[in-house]
Design a protein around this ligand. Structure first.
Ligand SMILES: [Zn+2]
Length: 335
């Protein structure tokens, strides 16, 4: 399809945690854990902020670009995509930091803070990543929980999921424990449509067979009661010794949590970067391709803190046209 007239194009990404994922609030938390994870202020469900996603995508896309063009030169001088255009650290003088060029796929896709003609916001925008499917232990083995609010992100309306119960299709109708919470079981209407939507987005078969739904509020409660909470010793990397009294706890989304986020790519034809027409990418699809070069790195290097502790690896499962109405919003040219 010719997308040259679209102003922007959103795509829905699904990703699965290969390790526990800890994206911290940046501060020392109060209460039962020292290192709390970020939560949605309204629903209290843990999330990964879009700003964190954008930063990690940028770093990994810059690594990918660097791997493809290891000896990049600008004006006769070495100007590596990584680390310079990755946005790590503070620019020191004129020869480090973002290149801020209209022909740089990283700086045009992710933006730059300053350049000869000012900054640029970047062509790719990242939503927060939300929990779509959350694994919890039951006496029948693990099941993956979702809720009406979460399923709306993939265009599915869950009707009648309102009571304090586990809604499922098939399996026993006996009360089911979610962790320590015992709940009655009710039939999930429209389960086939839910399964189909998840299957189309490459959710693994072993999850599809074990999906159940809770009302939004109960979902938040059960997720928060079943996060991983780990205790660790803080090791001083200089000496290899444990720091004095440095036992700390942190919480994380468990392995096999499925997350969903949107990446909206603007049409480069409608924007100038640094006062010049964007030259590195020509269409929203080109911008998505730059974003997607980061995907293999997520699976190996992960996201969030604690990267060296076997944490944070995320497998991107799929990238599909967003169900959102904005997906079909074409040809609304900026005036
Ligand atoms: Zn650049």
């Amino acid at each position: 399809m010719d997308d040259s007239h679209k102003s922007y194009e959103p795509k829905t990404h699904l990703g699965m945690a290969i390790d526990p994922i800890h994206v911290g609030t940046g501060g020392t938390g109060l209460g039962r854990v020292d290192n709390a994870i970020v939560r949605d202020p309204v629903t209290r469900v843990p999330k990964i902020p879009g700003s964190s996603l954008a930063g990690v995508f940028r770093t990994y896309a810059a690594m990918a670009q660097q791997a493809g063009e290891p000896n990049r030169q600008v004006d006769g001088k070495s100007k590596p995509y990584y680390p310079d255009c990755a946005g790590l650290g503070q620019p020191k003088g004129n020869n480090s930091g973002h290149c801020a060029r209209n022909d740089c796929p990283i700086c045009t896709t992710f933006g730059f803070a300053r350049g000869n003609a000012g900054g640029f916001a970047g062509l790719a925008a990242f939503s927060d990543a939300h929990v779509l499917l959350f694994p919890v232990a039951t006496r029948e083995g693990p099941i993956w929980l979702t809720c009406p609010m979460a399923m709306r992100t993939v265009g599915q309306e869950l009707n009648g999921v309102a009571d304090d119960a586990v809604y499922r299709n098939g399996g026993s109708s006996q009360p089911l424990n979610l962790g320590w919470l015992l709940l009655p079981v009710k039939h999930l209407n429209g389960a086939e449509s839910v399964t189909q939507a998840l299957k189309e987005r490459q959710v693994p078969e072993y999850i599809l067979d074990h999906v159940a739904a809770l009302p939004d509020k109960l979902f938040s409660h059960v997720v928060n009661s079943n996060l991983e909470v780990r205790t660790s010793v803080a090791i001083d990397p200089e000496t290899g010794a444990a720091e004095d009294g440095a036992l700390f706890t942190y919480e994380a989304l468990p392995r096999a949590t499925v997350l969903v986020w949107d990446v909206t790519c603007k049409n480069p034809a409608h924007f100038k970067a640094g006062g010049e027409q964007v030259a590195a990418v020509k269409s929203p699809d080109d911008v998505h391709k730059v974003v997607a070069t980061a995907h293999p790195y997520f699976e190996h290097l992960g996201i969030g803190g604690m990267g060296t502790r076997g944490m944070g690896r995320l497998r991107v499962l799929s990238e599909t046209a967003s169900h959102a109405e904005s997906a079909t919003a074409t040809a609304k040219e900026p005036s």
